[in-house]
Design a protein around this ligand. Structure first.
Ligand code: CTP
Ligand code: MG
Length: 567
């Protein structure tokens, strides 16, 4: 909970103002039964209409005052709690943005979404609840007891017996209930996880017709959730009636006792009525404490989960944005790399090569050879465990990642498009790109033709993840996004796989004309056959390095790939 406190502290003043209004509001609540008793004893019983009118007027004033305080407090607390939620969400969002690739890899997307949505909502409701209960409940509890003593000490003594009894019952129900509520929350999380996974993979499920298996999986977690929820609510269902019963029995007993006292003239009817009111206020405040405690348990679990994001220390890319400072040369010096948390088996072993600025490196190798892993070290998505990756002569371990990444355009193997227009998607590569620049980039990526063929051209809206485009069209927009960046180093990770060979040739020709340093991952020999630098990767090791002619002579792996693609 401690990492949430700074967020509350920002609204310290408003929170304390809310507490002050809460204090006044509860004070009004406490006065009312007292006034009622006077109206009855001094007004109604005596038949004195002026007293009834006078005290009735006073009561009206107190009620209006209390209502005014309640409204003000409510406005403040809604504002504070929602603002708190907005702050927290924004912070988490920005925080996740700074996560290193290693930190992102450790977490499921679903878990991050839960933290940003459900967990922040829990904290918001607790914040709101806190401003309703913190001062009010204890004040009503102790105030009502005090007022009862003032009213009539005998009735006060009854309360001293009854209230601890009710409090004890509540305590027991909390003790029994809360572990169950925590379990319920866990079950809910699991159920959400299953659901999210299903939804994100629903197309695969349909394609393989494994709906029954999915239903079964969902059914298991769903049934578990229902079972724990039933258990938890059963506790409330059993204890709350018992508590009400105890409170009501106490009332009945009091009434029975009071009957004699009133008859003896030791007590007035109005006092008994006021006592009943105080008694109700006390049970109400105990119940509120119970509810808020329940909120607290949930909020605590949520705070813990939110803390997982706030306290992550594996960050990158903090600090201001810098312009590109790096030259285009890339070199690997005896690089060994293990994925964080991915066991001890290195995916890159002792990889070395040197690519001068302005040249093109082709990387070829079988699937799983480590090609993607290799290029991800260039923009410092990960740092090497041994050896050094240098860009523009500077080791990525010491580089300013913002500046480094500003000098690189990277087209990932699974490139993502975002909801928005085609122009917006291309503009991601360079936020201030003009329409001309965007068109030039699209032409170079061989995308201009199909974009302008659609009626809305560059303003065509792309659905989430580019659902309304073909695989090859998506890839070409991804390339245009990289080209518009005008970066010193262009990394293309197998991103023309869905484009025909002819179009690929045209794309490569226009890239060569712009001539930045290019790192090109491919599965096709034809894409690299004319390059001076070809790196053959096999199981994380460099199996060969050179041009086509020399590799055919010296590198068996390369020869094998070549032969397999001859036909
Ligand atoms: N790997 C991993 N953790 C990741 C990504 C990959 O442990 N987050 C491992 C994979 O199991 C694989 C190895 O790293 O054995 C190399 O993966 P990658 O570099 O992605 O291989 P590519 O050569 O890019 O394979 P492909 O042609 O299929 O893209
Ligand atoms: Mg790959």
């Amino acid at each position: 909970m401690s990492h949430i406190i700074p967020y509350w502290r920002r609204y310290q003043r408003l929170i304390f103002t809310a507490f002050a209004f809460l204090f006044l509001e509860s004070f009004g609540d406490l006065l009312q039964p007292m006034i009622v008793s006077r109206i009855i004893d001094q007004g109604v019983m005596e038949g004195a209409l002026p007293v009834v009118l006078r005290l009735g007027g006073l009561m009206l004033l107190v009620t209006l005052f209390g209502a005014g305080c309640a409204v003000t407090r409510c406005i403040i607390s809604s504002r504070v709690s929602q603002q708190f939620g907005a702050d927290l969400r924004l912070d988490l969002y920005q925080r996740i943005n700074c996560f290193s690739f290693g930190a992102l890899g450790k977490r499921e997307t679903a878990a991050l979404i839960t933290r940003m949505t459900n967990d922040t909502s829990q904290l918001v409701s607790f914040t709101h609840g806190m401003m309703r209960v913190f001062v009010r409940s204890p004040m009503l509890l102790f105030g009502a007891i005090t007022m009862t003593f003032v009213l009539n000490p005998r009735l006060g003594i009854i309360l001293l017996v009854v209230v601890p009894l009710i409090a004890l019952l509540m305590y027991i129900s909390m003790k029994v209930g809360f572990p169950l509520f925590s379990k319920m929350q866990e079950a809910l999380d699991r159920n959400n996880g299953v659901l999210r996974e299903y939804l994100s993979g629903v197309r695969v499920v349909k394609a393989y017709n494994t709906f029954d298996q999915e239903v079964e999986r969902f059914d298991v977690s769903n049934t578990e959730l229902a079972a724990t929820a039933i258990k938890a609510t059963r506790v409330v269902g059993v204890f709350f009636p018992i508590i009400s019963f105890a409170a009501n029995m106490a009332l009945v007993a009091t009434l029975w006792l009071a009957r004699g006292w009133v008859a003896d003239g030791q007590m007035y009817v109005g006092q008994v009525v006021a006592f009943l009111n105080y008694m109700m206020q006390i049970t109400m405040s105990l119940r509120m404490i119970f509810n808020v405690y329940q909120m607290f348990i949930r909020a605590k679990a949520s705070a813990h989960r939110v803390g997982d994001i706030i306290n992550e220390e594996d960050l990158q890319g903090l600090g201001g944005h810098s312009s590109s400072l790096y030259g285009g040369a890339v070199s690997f010096e005896n690089v060994t790399f293990v994925y964080p948390g991915g066991g001890n088996e290195p995916v890159l072993k002792d990889v070395s090569f040197e690519l001068p600025s302005g040249e093109t490196l082709g990387i070829i190798g079988s699937t799983g050879a480590g090609k993607t892993s290799l290029v991800q070290l260039i923009p410092a998505f990960y740092l090497p465990d041994l050896g050094e990756v240098k860009v523009g002569g500077i080791s990525t371990s010491y580089a300013d990642v913002n500046a480094l990444r500003a000098s690189i355009a990277y087209v990932a193997q699974q490139n993502t498009l975002f909801y928005g227009t085609i122009a917006d998607n291309i503009r991601m590569g360079k936020p201030d790109a003009t329409m001309e620049e965007i068109e030039v980039a699209a032409k170079a990526a061989q995308a201009h033709e199909f974009i302008s063929a659609s009626p809305e051209g560059y303003e065509t809206i792309i659905g989430q993840k580019g659902v309304n485009l073909s695989g090859g069209q998506k890839q070409r927009i991804g390339i245009a996004r990289a080209l518009v960046r005008d970066a010193q180093i262009l990394i293309l990770d197998d991103c023309v796989s869905a484009v025909d060979v002819e179009t690929e040739g045209a794309i490569m020709r226009s890239i060569n004309m712009v001539s930045p340093t290019v790192v090109l991952i491919t599965q096709r020999i034809s894409s690299v056959i004319n390059l001076r630098h070809i790196l053959v990767l096999e199981a994380g090791r460099v199996a060969g390095y050179g041009n086509h002619a020399s590799l055919i002579e010296t590198c068996d792996v390369y020869k094998e790939i070549y032969n397999s693609q001859l036909i």
